[in-house]
Design a protein around this ligand. Sequence first.
Ligand SMILES: N[C@@H](CCC(=O)N[C@@H](CS)C(=O)NCC(=O)O)C(=O)O
Length: 227
Amino acid sequence: MINQRPILYSFRRCPYAMRARLGLLYAQITCELREVTLRNKPQEMIALSPKATVPVLQLASGQVIDESYDIIKWAMTQNDPADWESSITQSDSDELVAENDGPFKSALDHYKYSARFPDHPPEYYRAQGEVFLKKLDQRLQDSLYLLGDSQTIADISIFPFIRQFAHVDRDWFFTAPYPHLQKWLQQFLDGVSFKAVMTKYAPWKPEDIIIYFPDLNQGHHSSLGAP
Ligand SMILES: N[C@@H](CCC(=O)N[C@@H](CS)C(=O)NCC(=O)O)C(=O)O
């Protein structure tokens, strides 16, 4: 059956799913949201995307997009209220996001779950992640956001991962020598959009009533970082 609205399989705490939700919110694309438990993924989701990672978006046409960054890019093609498309060089965003999803994410996982990687102390893995933090902080020294003075796809794609990194040891992060990055992160954490994408939902069951995301009862957010 073809659905009228896209269906988003999501997991609240997953940074990739968070990034996709921020993109869908930005583009004001209302989806049916199906909250997933990673240990018990719905067969409906696995049937659409056998690699079985969240997020997965099924479009009304039946097309499936199962990479978070691709979900945001697709959302931007549907509706781009702040004209992100023309304000950025796509390759700059792609490059930063690739570094985020590659070496930085690996350092983040080793730092966050350092007990599983006893070859080195957590500080060792943290220092690996700091290579990216330094790079971002330098960019933010010269502009309010990662690719200039307006928020773009790069900011929303990277923010959830910096948040996770910061949360491993908040005292360390917020006193580390990355003042511009701290300010950038704090602005996202305080923003209405972050709250809007972090609503809690019970795991989806086929018989449940439909949950719409973004929540149709909430206002529109033109600026994702604004408090
Ligand atoms: N490259 C994928 C990565 C998605 C991903 O790895 N999501 C994690 C959750 S944060 C996941 O679903 N892992 C599968 C599992 O834990 O079973 C994307 O950008 O969408």
